[in-house]
Design a protein around this ligand. Structure first.
Ligand code: FES
Length: 194
């Protein structure tokens, strides 16, 4: 990243469900990484079985509600990114039937967040719910908002506390971060427990 602000327009032009570009930012505490994802298909067309992606994601922002952020600390034993990583379509052959879809999403989902430590998998379309264990809790979701210029801000968290914390604001050492946005090279391991 070049240090310039992330705007909705920039994210929608540079990132998609296909990019696999894990943008990592630290929130709410400076040692707590989060994924920043645009789940929209790269071609701008509506998501479908043959055009993986998702619009109208719960808590999603942007033109089609496809921009989301989740904790990048696994809810099992706390492996952080890049051990836990976002897998774009085609990374592994595994797909998941994810139940009632968002208003627009692929019924068989070939993209997910997966932890290479012990195989937990999370569904970024449905509030980062568990697709495979051993984790039993979803990943916390970062609440995103925009200002009048389209700049994107993290303003809160939904879901369970960040792994290892009694609540989201207990156990760290300061609110906010001076750590710039970064890209992580994922640790890919296509191992999916039942
Ligand atoms: S720490 Fe992620 S699956 Fe165990």
């Amino acid at each position: 990243m070049d240090g310039s602000p992330l705007t909705v327009a920039r994210v929608e032009s540079e990132y998609s469900v296909e990019t696999g570009a894990d943008i990592i930012f630290y929130y709410p505490l400076r040692n707590e990484p989060n994924f920043f994802l645009n789940l929209a298909p790269a071609n701008g067309q509506a998501p479908s079985e043959s055009n993986p992606g998702a619009w109208g994601v719960r808590g999603g922002i942007g033109t089609n509600g496809s921009i989301v952020a989740y904790s990048a600390i696994c809810q099992h034993l706390g492996c952080p990114a890049p051990a836990i990583s976002y897998y774009p379509p085609g990374t592994c052959s595994q797909t998941f039937n994810t139940g009632p879809p968002s208003p627009n999403s692929s019924p068989k989902q070939p993209f997910y967040t997966h932890c290479s430590c012990h195989g937990s998998t999370y569904d970024p379309v449905h509030s980062a719910a568990n697709l495979t264990g051993p984790a039993v809790l979803p990943l916390p979701q970062v609440v995103l908002e925009t200002d009048a210029n389209g700049n994107i801000y993290a303003v809160g968290e939904n879901g369970p506390p960040v792994n290892g914390h009694l609540n989201t604001l207990t156990g760290g050492y300061g609110v906010g971060s001076t750590v710039p946005l970064a890209k992580e090279t994922p640790v890919i391991l296509c191992s999916f427990p039942a």
